[in-house]
Design a protein around this ligand. Structure first.
Ligand code: NAD
Length: 261
């Protein structure tokens, strides 16, 4: 438990399922009031909010497209209206789809960049404006990926978006550090969520992913949520502009294990 989080307010984008859902649950367990954003899965988001309220927490489910200014404004408005302000903004929403780059349409490229990178910019901008207006020490957490560092053929739009998130996060961390705003990214490796449920349902594909992970297990959303809670809390007060890899060692070039190379 991070006691300093109690009573504070968080927005978590893409919170109806997967990693975002685990983060919303964890922050509510830390006694934060949570705006759970969903894009299309209203039922699951509202059920999560109800469950958290029944467990003594405070949460509200709000529909919004993070790639639009109106959507982001609706989330900030909800935080202010329902919970009286904002302390932590988690840009988690993201998407991916496999397409060889030479066959990728402009529409496919723009869709992924819009959600994964423009959505992060819009969310961070809204949060920063709120923090500056209220002269508040704020906290922004951006969901990146090991693919902010590792190239990923047939997912060029995704890798480009996450590489963009890395330098965007570092830049705004520097830009607003003196005003008390901390900005960090989390880079998950392979985490068992709906985004890759199909892949992990196939034992062959699951094994080929496991082969890339020194710890030899697929991560759980709760393991990423634990990193988000720490970054949100004052326990990480001296940490800004960094990416925390939560990847079971995936980014350690496992092909070099046992002295190869
Ligand atoms: P997921 O598909 O389970 O969840 C993604 C969430 O984003 C969903 O709730 C979806 O509705 C939401 N979303 C998509 N487009 C949106 C939009 N326009 N507006 C609002 N919400 C939108 O996937 P996940 O695995 O939980 O992914 C969460 C984040 O973690 C993503 O940014 C993803 O890139 C990142 N990530 C995941 C993994 C992994 O292995 N699961 C690895 C690295 C990074």
């Amino acid at each position: 438990m991070y006691t300093d989080l109690a009573g504070k307010v968080a927005v978590v984008t893409g919170g109806s399922k997967g990693i975002g859902n685990a983060i919303a649950r964890r922050l509510a367990e830390e006694k934060m009031a949570v705006v759970i954003n969903y894009h299309s899965d209203r039922e699951h988001a509202e059920r999560t909010a109800e469950e958290l309220k029944k467990a003594g927490g405070d949460a509200v489910a709000i529909q919004a497209d993070v790639g639009s200014e109106e959507g982001i404004q609706a989330l900030l408005d909800a935080a202010e209206k329902h919970f009286g302000g904002l302390d932590v903004w988690v840009n988690n929403a993201g998407m991916e789809n496999r397409v060889p780059t030479h066959e990728m349409s402009l529409k496919e490229w723009e869709k992924v960049i819009n959600v994964n990178l423009t959505g992060v910019f819009l969310g961070a901008r809204a949060a920063i404006n709120h923090f500056l207006k209220h002269q508040k020490k704020g906290n922004i957490i951006n969901m990146s990926s090991v693919h902010e560092r590792i190239p990923w053929p047939t997912f060029a739009h995704y890798a480009a978006s996450k590489g963009g998130v890395k330098l965007f996060s570092e830049t705004i961390a520097l830009e607003y550090a003196k005003r008390g705003i901390r900005v960090n990214s989390i880079a998950p490796g392979a985490i068992e969520t709906p985004i890759n449920a199909e892949k992990f349902a196939d034992p062959k594909q699951k094994q080929s992913t496991l082969d890339l992970i020194p710890i030899n297990s697929i991560g759980k959303p709760e393991e990423v949520a634990a990193a988000a809670a720490w970054l949100a809390s004052s326990e990480s007060s001296y940490v800004t502009g960094t990416t925390l890899f939560v990847d079971g060692g995936m980014s350690l070039y496992s092909e070099f294990e046992e002295g190869k190379g």
